[in-house]
Design a protein around this ligand. Sequence first.
Ligand code: TXA
Ligand code: MG
Length: 305
Amino acid sequence: MAFPTETVYGLGARADRPEAVAKIFLAKNRPTFDPLIAHFASSETAQDWARFDERALALARAFWPGPLTIVLPRLHRDDQPRIPDLVTSGLDTVGVRVPDQPIALRLLESLDFPVAAPSANPFGYVSPTTAEHVRQGLGKRVDLILDGGPCAVGVESTIVDLSGPKPRLLRPGGLSREALESLLGPLPWDGFQSPVRTEAPGMLESHYSPGIPVEVFEDPKRLRERARQIQGLCAVVTPRPLSDIPCREIISLGEGTAMAVTLFSTLRHLDDPAHGRILALLPSPEGLGLAVRDRLFRAARSRLG
Ligand code: TXA
Ligand code: MG
């Protein structure tokens, strides 16, 4: 069943049943080497399934419920891992998260098992931030969609790996890196410096990509030149308003947390063959700008293979 979270809609199944989890991979067309996040109603219940150290407890106190996933060692019972291999891709760690969304929390509180859930979109496409996006993408492949309205955060959770001695940022997301660093110290993120061409298109990480090509720009002047070069056959997405850009449609996402909220619905809206391509101006990497940059780079990268 699909359900709302504060980040994006998730496609959930009981995390302790491989036969249920298998249906998620089928519905999404998702490769099984990509592990799923286990969702819990509280950090107390999560502690029965994953091993929390002092750092993890401090993060849970500060940021849960909220857009943060913590990768921790999974716990065993009777020599069996409580979270099965299909959820963790065979890793001995599990990503755990307590979402900050009333419907999600009520659902999780009513169950005595965690819910494994990736974003509720076909593998590789833009993540859904409304129930309608889920219906468009997965339709009959899901039994039920709980509609909680548009997601409040709009990009996926930030993922931090605490399974080793040194914390590692695995994915920038809805909780800012600065907030995490206030408790964990510096968390380097090299991310994508530029869209990368790949030798092996089949190996491409085609994530977050609309159907039409996406090109990303650091400098508004370069974006304007490109728009002129292609005679305005493009749509433009930008954090702040830009003037004098020839294009068919331009959408300004806004600053701060606002730009994440509408990012995915904007990419979906602009994903129209009549627009030709999407030109995106990258926000600066502060706050949620880091996650927005990451998603735009991925959307662009997957088109360069
Ligand atoms: O906001 C979110 O996190 C949403 C909502 C539904 O909670 N979920 C989400 O799931 O974005 P998904 O499947 O699209 O992304 C999960 C990612 C995996 O691709 C992987 O990179 C990472 O989480 N992950 C999960 N378990 C992991 C583990 N044990 N070790 C390392 N990375 C893990
Ligand atoms: Mg996803």
